[in-house]
Design a protein around this ligand. Structure first.
Ligand SMILES: [Ca+2]
Ligand SMILES: [Ca+2]
Length: 302
């Protein structure tokens, strides 16, 4: 429950604590970390490597952690074309039990997002809906535009599904079983890339960071300071404290954007991250070079 009379700073702190507590229920290590963190500790995140799987994937792009934090799903582009050879891998959150070709029948899947027992994948020119318990494709939603080069998927709290189109300079939304253009923007959605729906709005990476109002669909001034520091953002994931962890096309090191819009290179170093997903204290990052790295993430919200 949110006290609407709180000032903005308090609102963010409250939201952060709520998120951290929920995450801690699923991840006891995070609870311990939070208990040991001194009051007022800076929010700079820390990373501890759990596992790296090297040289086993085929152009991995995105990773999506399921809601229980048990399994990680990884998209494998396997050369970008309408070639029928793309697939999705599944492994446990400690890096074990890899099922490399857990799901086949895709062309070149890129962005992934999970809600409940459903996985959505961007696959060149269609959004693909997958049942996780059945490990099978249950629907395909073609783009209304030819050659959109679908890139990333985001799912809102109300279950609306969004997918970005890099070539079509558009963001689509799944409406009554059809993909429809939600926003077309020649400038802001040129080479459209990472998308994430948050309390701030629909966050879009790409050449310039933009947060779109979910109702008016117009750009908001939210965290515009990001653009003074980094560009060409690819993967976006929430940091649990009102900020974001991102990967960029310009830099092999993932960056951290705090809740005020200040951006700095993370301590992960130049790992060549492509897309990334943080859930609880588990961070999964597919890497250039057919690899995937898993990290235990620690952060204390200011
Ligand atoms: Ca392919
Ligand atoms: Ca992407």
């Amino acid at each position: 429950m949110c006290d609407c009379a709180m000032i903005e700073a308090e609102r963010q702190r409250f939201s952060c604590l709520k998120t951290s507590t929920a995450a801690a229920k699923r991840f006891p290590a995070l609870l311990l970390w939070l208990a040991l963190a001194p009051a007022g500790f800076a929010a700079t995140p820390t990373f501890s490597e759990i596992a790296t799987l090297d040289g086993v994937f085929s152009m991995p792009e995105s990773a999506a952690i399921d809601e229980d934090g048990r399994y990680i799903y990884v998209s494998n582009v396997n050369e970008y074309a309408k070639d029928g050879n793309g697939f999705i891998s599944r492994l446990r959150s400690d890096g074990s039990d890899l099922q490399l070709r857990w799901l086949t029948g895709l062309d070149s899947p890129t962005g992934l997002a999970i809600r409940g027992e459903t996985l959505f994948a961007a696959d060149v020119d269609q959004l693909v809906q997958v049942s996780l318990p059945e490990a099978r494709i249950i629907a395909r939603f073609p783009s209304p535009d030819a050659n959109p080069v679908l890139n990333d998927v985001a799912i809102a709290a109300n279950a609306d599904v969004y997918v970005s189109g890099s070539a079509s300079r558009s963001i689509y939304r799944l409406e009554a079983g059809r993909l429809r253009v939600w926003r077309h923007d020649e400038e802001r959605l040129a080479f459209a890339n990472g998308v994430l729906m948050t309390d701030d709005g629909l966050v879009h990476g790409g050449q310039d960071w933009t947060v779109f109002d979910p109702l008016s669909r117009e750009p908001l001034p939210t965290l515009q300071a990001v653009n003074a520091t980094i560009n060409d953002i690819d993967g976006i994931t929430s940091d649990g404290c009102g900020g974001y962890l991102v990967t960029t096309l310009e830099d092999d090191t993932p960056w951290w954007i705090d809740s005020n819009g200040a951006a700095m290179a993370s301590d992960l170093g130049p790992i060549g991250g492509i897309d990334l997903h943080l859930r609880g204290n588990l961070l999964a990052i597919p890497r250039v070079g057919n690899s995937l790295s898993l990290y235990e993430y620690g952060a204390s919200c200011e």
